[in-house]
Design a protein around this ligand. Structure first.
Ligand SMILES: [Cu+2]
Length: 688
């Protein structure tokens, strides 16, 4: 394991060592692992390492920092949940203890598969399925002919509605589908929902789902009354009309990529950072520099909660924590050429552990590539007609998670001017509920016969460990306010100014879109010689509605981070996840609400900022049976960090480089007729 960087992802041998040490610790008990991964080193040590790496004399010895791992596990499939910390470099256990009573660990893909299988075999479930009488039914497909039906079980995290639930449970939502591998089961939600113990697969009960105005309207399982399904797969769409006219658009990089890769390290257009996969977050970005200046120690998406609006039991418990409960790495897609991104692509793998502590390789869960995104800057000197134009090239780090019905496409986009765009696209299939015919509600949208999609919110928490020009940073917010009227300074009453507020203690900053409130991280020890003010970066967040559930609800008690858009804490090792380390069936948030309690100074110190991106999602019929990406983003951009535009060194655009062609010429060389002739002026006329 020599030669690994402190931020490199976990290795196979580290997973095996961790598993062996934990098994040795527990004698003959059956160890059921549910997560093994790498832990960052204590930051103080890591900073020493990074400083020697970056500023040390050539060949300087990097400080030795042992690599650490953690393991969550159960013994003999019983509570409690244990957590072990391992010094994997020296093959020894640092700590091992039971978590507090009732703490439920995250879900593991194999375990979800096993519980699903057990549910589908259980006599009580089979008895409900029998009542549907689907063996007697067939569906006539216009192209495929006669199709039967089958039943699908989708295990969900149970959520929380009682302090007495102290064992891991699973709520299974049941569906039917046409008997075809690509059929859309979300189109036929069933009205019974088995609850099972997660670890022992013991039957707990069957919940019957309301499909009417309120939760009182539930019914025994009845024979299925056939309805038209809404299918998305081309094999099943009844009259597939493949849209015509699309010609190939090929991203060609004949001279190779403009980025360099050295292990987990990326260099591109002045940027330097490390990209490291992990099971919980999918990917994290480390040690971020632009043009030799430090910006961030680490950033990532580290939690998302998706609370549903449907107030009827058992839907009131529908609240996913997609990272804490499942993990964006555990659920990551293997990305493929020509599909998830175009051009010259560098992929990174992820390694996770199965329940026995064996490494499982998940290939290509992160893709990295460059893309063109319009213009970076342009100015035409109208006096002489000359134009300076630069194309905006971007570097994208992408990972995609499939958490049951939904897909989340996570992009960190770096530009050539020192800015980062954090983009999330939600796609996939809406989580659906059974619906009585003509039952129209104000908390869901009917999307097909017998099926409705409840409103819900996506609240994503990012964590940026700031290191702008050094370790001590400060968080401020700037409001833009009119000056006092009829004063000596403002006799014409047009003046307005920036009102800066310093955040002295840990806490949150409220949104204020009507004062154009802007959150900034500054370094009070680094003064921009041009502005004579501290250098900074701003977080440009769209004004959004935060969590809608009552503050007295479990939904909010478990995810206080979702009540505010921008949180600030002082750095502490192991304060990584906004809703706390363990979210599955949690009773309360053990994260930001505890850490951002106003008791610690965050001025001119090691600050961490936690932006929350929010989407209140009221489904529409165009989002079914599959949803075109819904788009969320915020920008992290320099705010007088540099003394001038840092992209002045980007070469000007010209067609010798970009090789665009006239429409008429392209049509002609493709053997296609074209009307008209090419009369456009040459692009980017310039005397420079
Ligand atoms: Cu949604």
């Amino acid at each position: 394991m020599t030669g690994l960087h402190i931020f490199d992802p976990i290795q196979d041998c580290e997973i095996r060592t961790t598993a062996k040490l934990v098994k040795d610790l527990n004698g003959s008990s059956k160890v059921h692992f549910i997560q093994i991964d790498r832990l960052d080193p204590p930051k103080k040590q890591a900073i020493q390492y990074l400083n020697v790496e970056r500023y040390g004399k050539p060949g300087a010895q990097l400080p030795y920092i042992p690599r650490r791992t953690y393991a969550y596990y159960y013994l003999n499939d019983e509570m409690p949940l244990y957590k072990a910390l391992i010094n994997v470099s020296e093959k020894r256990v640092i700590a091992n203890q039971a978590t507090p009573e009732g703490t439920v660990g995250p879900l593991l893909p194999e375990d979800m598969g096993a519980v699903e299988e057990a549910i589908m075999k259980h006599p009580r479930v089979l008895a409900e399925i029998a009542k549907l009488k689907i063996d007697e039914l067939s569906y006539h497909h216009s192209r495929l002919g006669k199709l039967g039906y089958s039943v699908v079980c989708e295990p969900w995290m149970y959520g929380t509605d009682s302090p007495n639930e102290k064992i891991p449970l699973i709520q299974a939502y049941m569906y039917m589908k046409l008997d075809h591998p690509e059929a859309n089961h979300y189109s036929i939600p069933l009205r019974f929902s088995p609850v099972f113990e997660y670890l022992t697969h013991k039957f707990v009960r069957i919940d019957f789902l309301p499909a009417g105005a309120d939760e009182k309207y539930i019914a025994e399982t009845m024979a299925y009354q056939q309805l038209e399904t809404v299918e998305y797969h081309p094999d099943l769409i009844q009259e597939p009309e493949q849209r015509e006219g699309l010609k190939p658009l090929i991203v060609s990089q004949p001279e190779g990529a403009s980025f360099e890769v050295d292990g987990s390290k990326i260099k591109w257009q002045g940027w330097e950072f490390r990209v490291s996969t992990n099971v919980r977050e999918g990917v994290a970005i480390y040690d971020v520099h632009f043009k030799g200046r430090s910006l961030f120690y680490r950033f990532s998406l580290q939690e998302m909660t998706v609370p549903y609006a449907d107030p009827r039991a058992p839907f009131h418990r529908k609240q996913a924590f997609d990272l804490g409960d499942c993990g964006f790495g555990n659920t990551a897609n293997s990305l493929a050429l020509g599909c998830h991104c175009l051009g010259v692509i560098k992929y990174q793998d992820l390694t996770r552990a199965d329940q026995d502590g064996n490494p499982v390789l998940m290939p290509s869960t992160v893709c990295m590539h460059e893309q063109d995104y319009g213009l970076l800057y342009l100015h035409k000197n109208y006096r002489n007609g000359n134009t300076v134009t630069t194309r905006r090239r971007e570097f994208v780090v992408q990972t995609i998670a499939t958490v049951a019905n939904y897909e989340y496409i996570m992009n960190y986009v770096f530009d050539q001017a020192g800015a980062i765009t954090v983009q999330v696209r939600a796609t996939g299939i809406l989580s659906t509920m059974p619906n009585d015919e003509s039952n129209v509600t104000d908390f869901s949208t009917i999307v097909g016969p017998g099926v409705t999609a409840p409103f819900h919110q996506h609240l994503l928490s990012f964590r940026f460990d700031t290191r702008l020009d050094g370790d001590d940073n400060t968080v401020v917010y700037d409001d833009y306010v009119p000056m006092e009227e009829n004063t000596a300074l403002n006799p014409y009453n047009v003046g307005y100014c920036q009102k800066r507020t310093f955040l002295e203690n840990s806490g949150y900053i409220e949104q204020s879109p009507f004062t154009n409130r802007t959150y900034k991280v500054i370094n009070e020890n680094s003064i921009n010689p041009v502005t004579l003010k501290p250098v900074g970066y701003k977080f440009e967040m769209p004004a959004r509605q935060m969590i809608l559930a009552s503050k007295n609800s479990y939904n909010v008690k478990r995810a206080r981070f979702a009540t505010q858009q921008f949180w600030v804490t002082k750095y502490h090792d192991d304060q990584l996840y906004a809703a706390g380390e363990f979210t599955n069936q949690s009773q309360e948030d053990t994260g930001l609400s505890k850490w951002a309690d106003g008791t610690e100074s965050v001025r001119n110190t090691n600050t961490v900022v936690w932006p929350t991106l929010a989407l209140t999602h009221a489904p529409v019929t165009e989002q079914f049976p599959v949803m075109t990406s819904d788009f969320l983003q915020f920008l992290v951009t320099p705010a007088s960090f540099f003394t001038k535009n840092p992209a002045l060194d980007v070469p000007l655009a010209n067609n010798n480089f970009n090789k665009s062609v006239y429409y008429e010429d392209a049509q002609k060389s493709a053997g296609l007729a074209s009307k008209g002739s090419s009369t456009a002026a040459p692009c980017c006329k310039s005397n420079i």
